[in-house]
Design a protein around this ligand. Structure first.
Ligand code: CP
Length: 305
């Protein structure tokens, strides 16, 4: 039988999301446990990362598991031409679970179809970043006390941002209203609008970073323009600093508003926002560790007490 993997947040229903969030809360209360004693996990990062890789590795370490892997594909035999299939088959010989980030959309699904151990998608191209979504949902619940019926304003690169694509799907179980703020070049792809239509999710599109988009929001989700996805760098130059959030722009925002960002940020959130109590992106990144502990245990069938 194929092991359970986390490839696509679209495969997680409302109950699955709530189960992970409940476990993540237990890990937040007590992150140091011995649930992974005797287990070895691999982190295969074919693309750069700070938060995702280090929070996964910290998650495993705090559960007393062991980690192997690479953070730079140039140091692996893929640089000699070894296929993804052979890499996965080799690493699954050595480990109980594989956490993989890869530039190709669909790579995590492919890996999950051939791997005898669970695969966690830590980002596949511009497609999906499901554990980012689970930590986002954990953070939204933590700050709003609920997930249902919230207005989420998502700003920036809605075309290439995989965290955005996963978040739309992850929130679809909770009757959100979306404000999509993007320049023409980085608009939300039609397939996500069709998905919203199919799920009866209300959304509006803005090309200006308008006060209405900020002041109607419970969550302001800022994103970076994904330079690495552009084939024409002149196009990137045109849009790279299109929206910048400054502290004074939050003056008339809702009292419960929280500003989130999957990070890394470049210039889209000015540093003067960092001291505003509505800024919550560093706490959000910390929640990644607890959420990833919950995901790992869920996939390995470990009950969290
Ligand atoms: N949010 C996120 O995926 O960050 P990293 O690219 O640093 O892992």
């Amino acid at each position: 039988m194929k092991p359970k993997s986390l490839v696509d947040i679209g495969n997680y229903g409302r109950d699955d999301v709530l189960r992970i969030l409940k476990s993540a809360a237990k890990f937040k209360a007590n992150p140091n446990r011995d649930y992974l004693q005797g287990k070895i996990c691999a982190t295969l990062f074919f693309e750069p990362s700070t938060r995702t890789r280090l929070s996964f590795e910290t998650a495993v370490n705090r559960l007393r598991g062991r980690i192997i892997g690479f953070s730079d594909a140039a140091t692996s035999s893929s640089s000699k031409g070894e296929s993804l299939k052979d890499t996965i088959m080799m690493v699954s010989n050595y480990t109980d679970l594989i956490i993989m980030r890869h530039h190709l959309e669909g790579s995590a699904r492919y890996a999950s179809e051939i791997s005898p151990v669970p695969i966690i998608n830590a980002g596949d191209g511009a497609n999906q970043h499901p554990t980012q979504t689970l930590l986002d949902l954990f953070t939204i619940y933590e700050t709003q006390g609920k997930l249902d019926n919230l207005t989420i304003t998502i700003v920036g690169d809605l075309k290439y941002g995989r965290a955005v694509h996963s978040l739309i799907q992850g929130l679809s179980h909770f009757q959100p209203t979306f404000n999509f703020v993007a320049p023409e070049e980085l608009k939300i792809p039609d397939k996500y609008k069709q998905f919203c239509d199919k799920c009866d999710i209300r959304y509006r599109e803005f090309s200006d970073f308008s006060p209405e988009a900020i002041n109607s929001a419970d969550i302001l989700y800022m994103t970076r323009v994904q330079r690495e996805r552009f084939t024409d760098l002149m196009e990137y130059e045109k849009v790279k600093n299109v929206y910048i959030l400054h502290n004074d722009m939050l003056a008339a925002s809702k009292p419960n508003l929280k500003v989130l960002h999957p990070l890394p940020r470049v210039k889209e959130i000015s540093q003067d926002v960092d001291d505003n109590p509505k800024a919550y992106y560093f706490q959000q990144a910390k929640n990644g560790m607890f959420t990833r502990q919950a995901v790992i245990c869920d996939l390995l069938g470990i009950e969290v007490e």
